[in-house]
Design a protein around this ligand. Structure first.
Ligand code: 4NP
Length: 155
């Protein structure tokens, strides 16, 4: 059974599609499945934001074929690890968890890089273009740590 990892942000068009693409590129496809979702429903069925597609492309990744979807409670059973991008996503997802087992699957992603500091991946949606470069670099760095950890733990 492959290990399943879900990346979650608010809209599922800027940060979590990048997080999905970046982490998937660092994990062997046979053993790991990476998906993403948004806590909000505005962008269900939409492709990622053009600026996320562009920064991914610039770094050699194609995320064009992803489609936005909303986080749902069955994701707690479906996925082994749920990484959220910011503290607000954390609260929204934890609020939907019904058991402690579900809650224990939810991690604030940058805590893998800066343990216990509860740092957000800033939402670049309303910001400047280089916000996307910044987000890409943060996610690339933390995905190195997560992929190493998961490969060690599940092989
Ligand atoms: P994301 O960014 O959570 O990184 O996908 C956002 C995208 C869209 C909206 C908010 C955040 N929105 O309000 O439509």
């Amino acid at each position: 059974m492959p290990v399943k990892i879900l990346m979650v942000c608010l809209g599922n068009i800027c940060r979590s599609p990048l997080a999905e693409g970046i982490l998937a590129s660092k994990l062997p496809k046979d053993n790991f499945i990476v998906d993403s979702a948004g806590t909000g429903s505005w962008h269900v069925g939409h492709a990622p934001d053009k600026r996320s597609i562009a920064v991914a492309q610039k770094n050699g990744l194609c995320i064009d074929n992803q489609k936005g979807r909303q986080f749902k409670t069955s994701d707690f059973d479906e996925f082994d690890y749920i990484y959220v991008m910011d503290n607000s996503n954390y609260r929204d997802v934890i609020h939907l968890a019904k058991t402690s087992e579900h809650k224990e699957k939810v991690y604030l992603i940058l805590n893998e890089l800066f343990p216990d500091e509860n740092v957000d991946v800033p939402d670049p949606y309303f910001g400047a273009v280089n916000g996307f470069d910044n987000v890409y670099q943060m996610l690339d760095e933390v995905a190195d740590i997560i992929s190493e950890k998961l490969i060690k733990r599940h092989s």
